[in-house]
Design a protein around this ligand. Structure first.
Ligand SMILES: [Zn+2]
Length: 281
């Protein structure tokens, strides 16, 4: 492993923590996240001064300061990159940045592949929350008794319905994300996700767990409503808005009950559309 490889790994790790922190704040505005913030400060202080200041400057503009090369383009801004730049990034003898958006670039080992079957989300419903999910991604009875099982059910659904190719790989990444800090928040909500997916738009499974499951939420809370999202890098900023919108809507008991009382997937879909209509255009 070169010095640059090591530095890239540090930056990716730091990036994960920073996004986890933003995610928690979007979903729980009053959360106290001292542990997470301490880790961010510690990891940041290990970086060379110049890299750190550049990284922090980028973060004031975008949620992500280091992004993968995906299909020969910068996953942050979509700029096409030259072969020679791509080769240099791959070799990792020094740090490289996108000539357009200035984000740090890295060459990913493996990205989650989207199905290339030209999926259309749902039945031509392309407004509001319907842009990100579809009736076939509604799950009214999650059964798992551990985070791994519950996430597994939702990953399988995404793969079965052709939104991603490899359910097991998706599950690994979702679990890695949970290991940083649980995506469960209060009111029995959880927002598990996988970022940095290649291509396509943001997609989301909505899963209801009737009994509730321990998902690492605050105190002894059980999680009952899951919004599991697969997030391409280019949609990261939007994702944080969506997250805060959803957590605002479902802070209301009435909205949660509307989802939880659905007895068919069709009914869950309708309840989701209805409760998000005002806030998510
Ligand atoms: Zn770029």
């Amino acid at each position: 492993m070169t010095v640059t490889h090591k530095l890239i790994n540090q930056l990716i790790q730091l990036q994960e923590l920073v996004v986890a922190n933003m995610q928690k704040k979007a979903a729980m505005p009053n959360a106290r996240l001292e542990e997470l913030e301490k880790s961010i400060a510690t990891l940041g202080s290990d970086l060379p001064q110049q890299v750190r200041s550049h990284f922090n400057r980028l973060l004031t503009k975008h949620p992500e300061a280091i992004v993968p090369i995906s299909n020969e383009i910068c996953a942050g801004c979509g700029m096409g990159l030259t072969k020679s730049l791509i080769n240099s990034v791959h070799k990792a003898e020094q740090m490289h940045r996108c000539p357009n958006c200035a984000r740090f670039l890295y060459y990913p080992e493996q990205l989650i592949e989207r199905e290339r079957t030209n999926r259309v989300y749902g039945e031509a419903r392309k407004t509001g929350i319907g842009r990100f999910t579809s009736p076939e991604l509604m799950m009214i009875s999650l059964k798992g008794t551990t985070p791994e099982e519950v996430l597994g059910e939702m990953c399988n659904r995404m793969a079965e319905k052709g939104f991603v190719e490899d359910a097991d790989h998706l599950l690994d990444l979702a679990l890695q994300r949970e290991a940083i800090v649980s995506t469960a928040v209060d009111n029995g909500l959880a927002f598990p996700h996988v970022r940095g997916v290649e291509g396509g738009g943001l997609s989301m499974v909505v899963g209801i767990h009737k009994k509730g499951v321990k998902f690492g939420g605050p105190g002894r809370t059980l999680s009952r409503i899951f919004f599991f999202m697969v997030i391409p890098t280019a949609t990261s900023a939007f994702y944080l808005k969506l997250l805060s919108g959803l957590s605002r809507i479902f802070r209301e008991k009435e909205s949660r009950e509307a989802l939880q009382s659905a007895v068919t997937e069709e009914a869950l879909w309708k309840a989701l559309i209805k409760s998000t209509k005002k806030m998510i255009k």
